[in-house]
Design a protein around this ligand. Structure first.
Ligand SMILES: NC(=O)c1ccc[n+]([C@@H]2O[C@H](COP(=O)([O-])OP(=O)(O)OC[C@H]3O[C@@H](n4cnc5c(N)ncnc54)[C@H](O)[C@@H]3O)[C@@H](O)[C@H]2O)c1
Length: 433
């Protein structure tokens, strides 16, 4: 059966969709990418990657020039000529922290319009448990074809790490669930063509949907525990980083690192999908929701540390300049989606502070949209209070002499507090004394 699968349409050419499309194309499949963004389509068709990711520029150039990958905004022709249709569109949460499935729904309607007997539809977008059965399949069946009988359905989540996406996509274990065993078998054979990692078939669609959410919920909840321990330690005069480092020598303990909050497109969103469905099933996911609340509170906790420290030195926030170092949600990436830097900047600006931010990876436009002015590294260091949010490599070489006004709120454990304190710098931060 797998030998017949050689034409693939991928809906969504973003951070996950484009590398997936390019990897299938590199492995000999004829791939068409459908995206609603004309600029993305034009870029890909000219052989240029629309995402910043190591290895992608070369890969897109190669597969487009060989004719194995092309992009379009028109789904119909692509779908009619494909027998595998993969959905990798965004699934954010709305203002009530409920899943916004509009892009998945729209892509499934496009697929449903041209679905044929024998097609395999695969959903890769991260979705709440039950979405394939309750939302996706009814749309795909709208023209009378029956899932399992006429067409196959599988779900496989993606877990690639930004900056290492191509390696992880081709080496990480992959989980696949199908509406029936034939669906998962076809999907397993397909993904085995692009990965050296283990491909694990789980019992059904909903199990595969849940696996992805469990992974990110584990990490988010562990970080929330670290953050709660850090705040408790601060109030007890204990350096939480030292304490956690020592605790982790226990062979069965692995407390994550506390920090200014959790951002990105996965950890800060996916747990809400479990909370949403657990609520609907009248079985509230109390711990998971509490963990989210703790992590969402962290930027405001950092704002409190800043205000309190400035006040000790007779510098009210509304007469102070704050230099933020790093607005990306994690180290060495340009991605600022859901970054804790944004609520922090807004809270500080709301309190009358003059906030300047530097980030070697994130654009001026994104920083200004958060409400801060975009400044050079040296200018941020001259502010009344310097606040490190992201542990970009560029910040590992900060020395006490560089902190001009001697107040440094460092929220990532990349620098030795004692080195700074010895030189008279006030060194504080999440989990620090
Ligand atoms: N980025 C990650 O690190 C990551 C990791 C694992 C899983 N995921 C999941 O993968 C999915 C996609 O995420 P992403 O980061 O690639 O998103 P993205 O925002 O980078 O890209 C999504 C693309 O889909 C396009 N799009 C939107 N609606 C569309 C539609 N109806 N039809 C066709 N194209 C459409 C957009 O124009 C965009 O190019 C999400 O569910 C996300 O949670 C992301």
């Amino acid at each position: 059966m797998a030998e017949k699968i050689d034409k693939i349409t991928i809906f969504g050419l973003g951070h996950i969709g484009l590398p997936t499309a390019a990897l299938f194309a590199k492995n000999g499949f004829n791939v068409v990418g459908v995206d609603i963004n004309q600029k993305t389509v034009d870029k890909v068709n000219s052989g240029v990657s629309s995402i910043m990711e190591p290895g992608m520029d070369e890969l897109v150039k190669e597969v487009v020039s060989k004719g194995n990958l092309r992009a379009t905004t028109q789904s119909s022709e692509a779908s009619k000529n494909s027998n595998v249709l993969i959905v990798i569109v965004p699934t954010p949460v709305d203002e009530n922290k409920c899943s916004d499935l509009s892009a998945v729904i729209s892509a499934c309607h496009m697929i449903g319009n041209d679905l044929k007997k024998g097609d395999l539809v695969i959903i890769e977008s991260t979705i709440p448990p039950g979405t394939c059965e309750d939302v996706v399949i009814p749309i795909l069946e709208k023209n009378g074809l029956k899932s399992s009988i006429d067409f196959k359905v599988a779900y496989t989540p993606e877990r690639a790490l930004p900056n290492n996406t191509l390696f992880e996509m081709t080496h990480n274990a992959r989980v696949i669930g199908g509406i029936d065993s034939e669906s998962s078998k076809r999907a397993v054979l397909l993904y085995e063509k692009i990965t050296e990692g283990k491909v694990i078939a789980v019992k059904n669609l909903v199990t595969a949907e849940m696996v992805k959410l469990m992974e990110n919920t584990f990490r988010d909840t562990n970080i929330a525990l670290a953050n709660e321990l850090a705040m408790a330690c601060e109030s007890m005069g204990i350096d939480a980083i030292d304490a956690i480092t020592a605790a982790n020598y226990h062979p069965r303990v692995n407390i994550h690192t506390p920090g200014p909050g959790v951002g990105g497109h996965c950890l800060s969103i996916d747990p809400y999908f479990i909370v949403e469905i657990a609520d609907k099933k009248d079985n509230p996911a109390v711990l998971i929701k509490t963990a989210r609340d703790i992590n969402e509170h962290m930027p405001y906790h950092v704002a409190e540390i800043i205000k309190k420290t400035l006040a000790e030195f007779n510098k009210p926030l509304n007469k102070s300049t704050i230099g933020i170092l790093g607005v990306a949600y994690k180290a060495n990436v340009a991605d600022a989606r859901e970054t804790p830097a944004e609520p922090l900047i807004r809270a500080l600006c709301g309190g009358g502070g003059e906030v300047m931010a530097h980030d070697p990876h994130v654009s001026r436009e994104i920083i200004e949209n958060m409400g801060a002015s975009f400044v050079e590294f040296e200018k941020a260091l001259k502010c009344d209070c310097v606040v490190l949010i992201t542990d970009h490599e560029e910040y590992y070489n900060i020395t006490p002499e560089m902190i001009e006004n001697s107040i440094f709120i460092c929220n990532r454990p990349i620098l030795d507090p004692e080195e700074f304190r010895k030189q008279g710098v006030i060194f504080r931060g999440v989990g620090r004394l």
